[in-house]
Design a protein around this ligand. Structure first.
Ligand SMILES: Cc1cc2nc3c(=O)[nH]c(=O)nc-3n(C[C@H](O)[C@H](O)[C@H](O)COP(=O)(O)O)c2cc1C
Length: 435
């Protein structure tokens, strides 16, 4: 089969996906979905009808509490608050679908390795091999304050996450083929000689046990990773099946990919594919699509945008000059995103206000605005130009923006021959074309 664009839908189990105050847009159904599972299941089925590789949840454990050193703006505008659990939701979405990949972000600061192997392994096992994990190390101060944890510095979090992954691999690889006998006559469930006892004692973790869940048809969950600093890319080339990146423009995408390939070469690894974040906005005419974008921008409260931006960047932007270029401020939170937006290439530097608005719209993902044909053409063009794996798509108004994309853009991509018309396999790994 020729190369295809891979698509995942990038969502959050909160009042918004990423667009601040999208819940207040006319026709948006997210507030209803927060307490109506059926709407989430309908959405998952729509994505499956659109042959998406997967649904993919970001997660904000805790609350954005950096801006003005307070939680107030996040709560006032519903910026990822309330923050409902995506793992619990995924199990309900597994029941409503048959092919859709089921990925979620889980932070190595919030969970122990055994817990992640167990929770995601249960979804993977029950869904016939459709689980995925976006490995994040915990850049949010609010996450650590919620759990009463000390927040390690940026690079130290990655050192800890490397050992974290070592424990996960041990658990994932410890049940050998043929271990499960389920022999009703003899009354023997499994062969203990084929179930290895893990005895891990390291700098950060201690784990003495056996794996809690048998391997699924895809072996273990698909691993995504979204760190974009130098240390983050080092981690990604060691562990990720697919890397997820947010870049402000095409030069940034190319630069990110070249750096990742350098990091892979230095580590003697093959570079994983990169899925870039985008936010398509589709209209019957170009003017209608632009009006939809303007409507979203007009609704954005600048304090809600800054609450989000301050959280991600680990910097309190209160009191800073909004119309000055964003400075590359030293941070222990997301160094990769700070660098990407403070050093924008091929354009004039972005002011703090412009970056805050981009954050309020889609945490910095570029918008692709136009008719279905224009959106499909631009997606194909960026895919060819950057040689990316595909896209993490952030919807705007729910669920109409997802339905518009599936009904209007997907058929054009299919007609171009760059997007599947049927799933190739039954597991997430198989559909992503991974080994
Ligand atoms: C595209 C993208 C998506 C991310 N999604 C999440 C998320 O949902 N939850 C979270 O806690 N961190 C998330 N992060 C944070 C990163 O995983 C990472 O911890 C942070 O960016 C700091 O690492 P870096 O400097 O290497 O980028 C995301 C980062 C990027 C670039």
């Amino acid at each position: 089969m020729s190369k295809q664009i891979h698509l995942v839908s990038f969502l959050i189990n909160s009042p918004i996906n990423h667009t601040v105050l999208s819940w207040a847009a006319p026709g948006d159904n997210r507030l209803e979905a927060l307490h109506d599972l059926k709407l989430w299941q309908d959405l998952a089925r729509t994505l499956e009808r659109g042959r998406f590789d997967g649904i993919f949840f970001a997660d904000t454990p805790g609350v954005f509490d950096r801006y003005r050193d307070s939680y107030a703006d996040a709560v006032k505008y519903g910026v990822c608050w309330p923050s409902l659990d995506p793992v619990v939701l995924l199990s309900a979405l597994a029941a409503a679908t048959t092919h859709l990949g089921l990925a979620t972000t889980m932070s190595t600061s919030s969970y122990q390795p055994w817990t992640i192997v167990r929770q995601l392994g249960t979804i993977d096992y029950l869904s016939g091999g459709r689980a995925g994990w976006n490995i994040v190390t915990g850049h949010l101060r609010g996450e650590h304050r919620a759990l009463g944890l000390e927040q390690l510095d940026h690079d130290r979090r990655y050192d800890r996450a490397d050992e974290y992954m070592e424990v996960c691999y041990k658990l994932w690889n410890s049940i050998k083929p043929g271990a499960i006998l389920a022999d009703r006559e003899k009354g023997v469930f499994a062969d203990p000689d084929k179930v290895e006892f893990i005895d891990h004692q390291g700098d950060f973790f201690s784990c003495q046990t056996v794996a809690p869940v048998p391997p699924s048809p895809q072996g273990r969950p698909v691993l995504f990773q979204a760190g974009s600093s130098g240390r983050g890319q080092q981690f990604a080339v060691s562990h990720a099946d697919v890397v997820f990146s947010i870049q402000p423009n095409v030069p940034g995408m190319k630069r990110f990919k070249a750096n990742l390939e350098d990091a892979a070469r230095a580590a003697g690894q093959k570079a994983p594919g990169v899925s870039f974040g985008i936010q398509p906005i589709v209209g019957g005419t170009e003017e209608e699509a632009k009006r939809k974008l303007d409507d979203l921008v007009e609704r954005l409260p600048i304090d809600g945008c800054l609450a989000r931006l301050s959280g991600t960047m680990g910097v309190d932007f209160a009191g800073m000059e909004l119309d000055q270029p964003l400075a590359d401020i030293e941070t222990q939170a997301s160094q990769g995103l700070m660098k990407a937006f403070a050093n924008i290439e091929g354009d004039k530097p972005l002011t703090l206000r412009e970056v805050a608005i981009r954050w309020g719209l889609a945490v910095g993902k570029p918008q692709i605005v136009g008719t279905p044909e224009q959106v499909a053409d631009r997606m194909e063009q960026i895919w060819r130009e950057t040689d990316c794996y595909g896209y993490n798509i952030t919807p705007t108004v729910m669920a109409s923006s997802v339905e518009d994309f599936v009904d209007q853009v997907v058929p054009i991509l299919q007609k171009k021959g760059v997007y599947r018309t049927e799933y190739e396999g039954t597991t997430f790994r198989a559909n992503l074309g991974l080994d």
